[in-house]
Design a protein around this ligand. Structure first.
Ligand code: GLC
Length: 555
């Protein structure tokens, strides 16, 4: 395998709106990111992915871009961005932009022109189709609910939007549009960004016939991803994209891909794949509480182990996945993945260790390193997220009480990850001196960076050690290129694996269960523990004991 500059890096996602506000308007900004670069450097971060900061009406929090060449004024100016880039470079850190090119905002100039003339030049930048017998062209349900087709007032045309109606889909069959997109991407690369996180990219390939599917809900609609699963040929578009942009700059790309076809893995992330890597979301469905067959959270953890192991093994000779526990679209990992007995510092450290030492490129999400938690909101008005609002509404329409619907939001809302970053115990967690755009989690007095920097046993101190171990000159190579081998996979409640390179091996043993576990393994016979999330030190020649949620890394 050819070595690449990003293989041994550790990445961190910033959600700029909630990271750090320096001008008191309640919205995080780029100056705030620059201010915190030293904090991130100290944590051991090499690559920073910024969620969208382009000009946007913020219907979907910046994932609806109205000008790809402008920084939204809520975040600052292009000069602020250049400063951030330069300061990051000084610290040997890389900046990734979020690339949202499946769709743009309905306020983008292209769409405004298209609306005026759906049959004209800009109309072809999008998907305008005539309705059928007074109905939309097909029965697709958008990812955010409701029809994926929006009627153009005063005409027979509808336009396609796989996400919100304010996010019209771009037509990747239009050469002129592609050139505009490629030029824009190269413009950012010329500026000095090191690459992109690529949003919702699998959706760019459409079936031009827009065939309807058997309805899968009472609304008579079918999820639009059914088309994505069926249509062939996304690879050609992705290859063309890569050749015309990323490849020319040796840029790092991490793709958000759902619904990929099984046999496409090597085309996506293999040696000359479309992307450098893509997120490993394989555990997601296991924790979708609506999917009942998986049972209790503890049972789900056990299934997660097998699912993640499968994923690790599948990629072994293919490429690198990007390992994530959290992002801006998910609830916090402690609440999501851990059963009640593990929802504590020890459990958080255990999860972090498992994820960061897997083979692949680790991504942390802001606040994960201090164990930020889901946030209870008092009413639906406290939520901002478009997806949450739709889910709430659907629950109410299906007969749920307000209380029940809010409880569901507490567990699943994307806003759980978007509450302000908790820096200290001053009002609004030191995020802003103004009114934060989204409620601050009231637990900030206990959970914050400042306090955890001072505590030797805090989640933050542990994460620092963990990242340092992964990046240390002695073990960097093995954690990067070492093979992944499951260990004692059939032992219930134990998640253990080996990373092996040449004649060197490092083991990770985690006790997922509520009870103590005896591990029949001789790693500690003459071996050494490199990291341990508890003070109790396991010993034993042929076996050793791990407390509930204890994890050790041993050599
Ligand atoms: C991706 C983003 C999500 C956004 C969607 C539409 O899934 O992560 O936040 O809503 O794409 O752009």
């Amino acid at each position: 395998m050819n070595k690449k500059w990003w293989h041994d890096k550790v990445a961190y996602q910033i959600y700029p709106k909630s990271f750090r506000d320096t001008n008191g308007d309640g919205i995080g900004d780029l100056k705030g990111v620059t201010e915190k670069l030293d904090y991130l450097k100290d944590l051991g971060i090499d690559i920073i992915w910024l969620s969208p900061i382009y000009q946007s009406p913020f219907v979907d929090e910046g994932y609806d871009i109205s000008d790809y060449y402008q920084i939204d004024e809520a975040f600052g100016t292009m000069e602020d961005f250049d400063t951030l880039l330069a300061e990051a470079k000084k610290r040997d850190m890389h900046i990734l932009m979020d690339l949202v090119i499946n769709h743009c905002s309905d306020k983008h100039e292209w769409f405004q022109k298209a609306l005026k003339d759906p049959e004209g030049e800009y109309g072809d930048y999008f998907y305008f189709r005539k309705g059928k017998d007074g109905n939309p062209p097909s029965n697709y349900r958008s990812y955010f609910g409701g029809s994926a087709w929006e009627k153009v007032e005063g005409s027979d045309y509808y336009y396609l939007h796989m996400f919100a109606k304010e996010q019209p889909d771009l037509n990747w069959n239009n050469e002129k549009l592609l050139k505009e997109l490629y030029d824009m991407i190269n413009w950012w690369l010329e500026k000095g960004v090191s690459g992109f996180r690529i949003d919702a990219i699998i959706n760019i390939k459409k079936d031009p016939d827009f065939e309807s599917f058997e309805p899968d809900g009472l609304d008579g609609l079918a999820w639009v991803w059914r088309m994505v699963e069926k249509v062939e040929g996304v690879g050609e578009l992705l290859e063309d994209l890569k050749k015309n942009t990323f490849e020319r700059y040796d840029a790092f790309t991490v793709a958000e891909v759902f619904n990929m076809k099984e046999n496409e893995l090597s085309q996506f992330i293999g040696e000359n794949g479309h992307f450098s890597t893509m997120f490993d979301f394989s555990a997601h469905p296991v924790f979708d509480k609506k999917k009942k067959p998986y049972g209790s959270t503890a049972a789900r953890l056990e299934i997660m182990k097998h699912v993640l192991f499968q994923s690790q093994l599948k990629c072994e000779n293919v490429g690198f996945m990007a390992n994530v526990l959290e992002n801006h679209d998910c609830p916090r990992c402690i609440d999501r993945y851990l059963p009640p007995y593990a929802q504590n510092d020890t459990g958080a450290k255990m999860l972090g260790t498992i994820s960061l030492l897997f083979r692949g490129i680790p991504f942390l999400y802001q606040g994960q390193e201090i164990g930020m938690r889901n946030c209870r909101m008092e009413s639906i008005d406290d939520y901002d997220d478009i997806g949450t609002r739709w889910e709430y509404q659907t629950a109410i329409e299906a007969g749920a009480t307000e209380e029940e619907a809010l409880e569901a939001c507490y567990h699943s809302s994307r806003d759980n990850a978007r509450t302000p970053m908790q820096w200290d115990d001053s009002p609004n967690a030191g995020f802003t001196t103004g009114n934060p755009w989204l409620k601050t989690n009231p637990n900030y007095k206990e959970i914050n960076v400042k306090a955890q920097l001072q505590e030797e046993d805090s989640i933050l101190s542990y994460y620092k050690e963990l990242v340092a171990l992964r990046r240390s000159p002695e073990y960097r190579e093995i954690f990067t290129y070492g093979t992944f081998l499951p260990v004692l996979e059939d032992v219930q409640g134990l998640l253990a694996y080996e990373r092996r390179l040449g004649d060197k091996s490092i083991f990770v043993f985690a006790n997922l269960s509520e009870k103590e576990i005896t591990v029949r393994h001789n790693v500690l016979a003459g071996g050494r523990i490199l990291l341990n999330n508890l003070r109790e030190i396991p010993t034993g020649e042929d076996e050793f004991t791990l407390k509930s949620c204890q994890v050790i890394v041993a050599l």
